[in-house]
Write a protein that binds this ligand. Structure first.
Ligand code: VG1
Ligand code: CO
Length: 554
């Protein structure tokens, strides 16, 4: 059947500029007539879409269903060959990345605002990923944005509503739509990467070792259920909040000590040895143990340390190099140096790791924002990191029975020293004040007045606004964050978030290194207090934002 393509006039909307990770706005904004249509059309025009195979899915948040129908109508008119969609539109971000690669697809459209809250009054998001499975790089997102600014018409095929609950193929004119099982391919991938047998024997040899996974009412619930209960044979009491809900049950699906407090409390009060959570779309992770919190910066360093010894995937591929985002602590660099590996410091946002991985120069990478991953896909991968920790626990327990998360942390510090790290987030502050604060720091950097300056007990070595020269494609990304590095290697970083949907979010990152073994068990906030004082004083954050306290401390 030949479809009838209709042309509908439209007008550009302001601000359809993809941020750190796609276009994220309040649902109400996406609901304006033609707003979502315009942005999808801009993506399809930018790809271009004729003959394309696209993987489509999201984290189940409110407005997913409506957007899926828009994608079908516009894709059919744009000449897309095939849409591969998760059942009920459900696919985690890592699962989409895997499917794009596995199916040799042209790209994928991800319907998520990740860790931002969902529901009619909260956030929705649309992100485009390219054929390597990773977030579109800036030249592609810039193109999408340019098209969105001048768009005048939409091309649609008006079709009855597609039912995404039924597995199998259906057609809209020339467009084939295949609805697939949301979790199957991803589970297969994990089983090929990790040593599931050794994890299973670890649990059966240690019947008292209990774990708890929190899906936070986000997309990873069904994946976690399948992995931990079906595959690893753990009891149902090992998982919680595993059904994706359109508003995440009113929770903020961000796995950190503040927003995952239900998990943290249960682990503390009910005697769990290992706790883990993932965010709305499944790319973030948090790992905690009995009396232990693993900072994401330590987590990626520890995974890199054990990768080749403990994880079958890296035994096959080797570990080619390591990379972290600029604000992430330098713990990973120490592992790279010891292992004689190349390492890279890239701007915030996963898209910068993709080039390094495609060029075979990076195997394991991470961000301080609970993002950890490897070159098995081109997104960070929450469940991957959680299973990596189980795999490492199983490995370490073969040599040292009874080792828990805390022991693994401490033995890492014994080898490398400890990089104390914390992030302060000031959410939804006044945008103007935040900009002025950053401008003031920038001008202090330009005049070089900070260099050599004594701030508290710290002396500034260098200060800059981070610029990244991509070693693979030569692209240059400027103004990626204010960085103040002290003579003892401690660092302060201040940048504005690129993922918020209203106001500005200021992120302040502090890092201090210690190789004094008597400090390895110290409390992070206490260890960092003097540096935090310096940061608040130097930035005059309170004056510019009116905030005396951060919204979240990690
Ligand atoms: C934040 C994090 C960044 C992460 C990004 C997307 O960005 O800091 O490290 O890559 O979110 O994560 P920003 O610009 O707000 O600091 V996800 O899980 O929301 O896709
Ligand atoms: Co996410």
């Amino acid at each position: 059947m030949v479809s009838i393509i209709q042309t509908i006039a439209t007008k550009p909307f302001e601000g359809q500029k993809p941020g750190t990770s796609g276009l994220r706005k309040k649902v109400k904004i996406f609901q304006q007539p033609n707003y979502t249509e315009n942005f999808i059309q801009a993506i399809l025009n930018a790809i271009p879409a004729k003959g394309a195979t696209l993987v489509v899915g999201g984290d189940g948040r409110y407005y997913l269903d409506e957007t899926l129908q828009v994608i079908v109508k516009l894709s059919a008119a744009a000449g897309v060959s095939k849409l591969v969609v998760g059942q009920n539109g459900i696919l985690s971000t890592p699962a989409v990345s895997n499917l794009i690669r596995k199916l040799n697809a042209t790209g994928g459209i991800l319907l998520t605002a990740s860790h931002n809250p969902g529901g009619p009054d909260n956030d929705f998001g649309i992100k485009y990923n390219i054929s390597n499975g990773g977030p579109a790089p800036e030249n592609v997102t810039d193109k999408i944005y340019e098209i969105s600014k001048t768009i005048t018409e939409l091309k649609i095929v008006d079709t009855p509503k597609i039912d995404f609950s039924v597995l199998g193929k259906q057609n809209v004119g020339e467009l084939e739509i295949e609805v697939i099982d949301s979790v199957h391919d991803y589970i297969e991938l994990m089983k090929n990467i990790f040593d599931f047998d050794s994890i299973k024997s670890f649990f059966s040899n240690n019947p008292n070792f209990k774990m708890l996974f929190d899906g936070m009412n986000g997309v990873t619930g069904p994946y976690g259920q399948r992995l931990f209960v079906q595959e690893l044979g753990l009891p149902e009491s090992s998982v919680m909040r595993c059904i994706p809900l359109p508003d995440f049950g009113g929770a903020h699906p961000d796995p950190n000590l503040t927003y995952a407090h239900d998990l943290v409390e249960r682990v503390n009060n009910e005697g769990y040895d290992f706790g883990a959570a993932s965010d709305g779309d499944g790319d973030r992770n948090m790992v905690i143990g009995k009396d232990a919190f693993v900072t994401p910066s330590d987590s990626v360093a520890i995974i890199a340390h054990y990768a080749k010894e403990a994880i079958p995937y890296f035994q096959k591929t080797g570990v080619k190099g390591l990379a972290r985002s600029m604000p992430t602590s330098q713990a990973l660099d120490l592992v790279a140096k010891k292992q004689g590996l190349e390492y890279f410091e890239v701007p915030t946002g996963w898209k910068f790791f993709g080039n390094l991985m495609d060029a075979g120069r990076c195997s394991v990478c991470g961000e301080e924002s609970f993002g950890t991953g490897s070159d098995h896909i081109r997104e960070k991968d929450g469940l991957w990191a959680i299973i990596a920790w189980l795999n490492i626990l199983a490995y370490v327990n073969k040599k040292n029975p009874g080792s828990g998360v805390k022991d693994i942390l401490q033995s890492h510090y014994q080898i490398y020293g400890r990089n104390f790290f914390s992030r302060y987030d000031y959410e939804e502050v006044d945008g103007k004040g935040a900009d002025e604060m950053v401008q003031r720091l920038r001008s202090m950097i330009e005049t070089k007045e900070l260099e050599g300056k004594q701030l508290g007990s710290f002396t500034v070595a260098t200060a800059d606004d981070f610029t990244y020269n991509d070693p693979i494609d030569g692209s240059i990304s400027k103004k990626q964050g204010i960085r103040i590095i002290f003579q003892d290697g401690s660092r302060l970083v201040i940048r504005l978030s690129g993922t918020g949907s209203s106001g500005a979010t200021v992120r302040l990152y502090v890092e201090k290194y210690s190789n004094n073994a008597s400090e390895y068990t110290a409390d992070t906030q206490k260890a960092l207090q003097s540096l935090i004082d310096v940061a608040l004083d130097l930035s005059q954050l309170q004056k510019f934002t009116g905030r005396t306290k951060p919204t979240v401390i990690t």
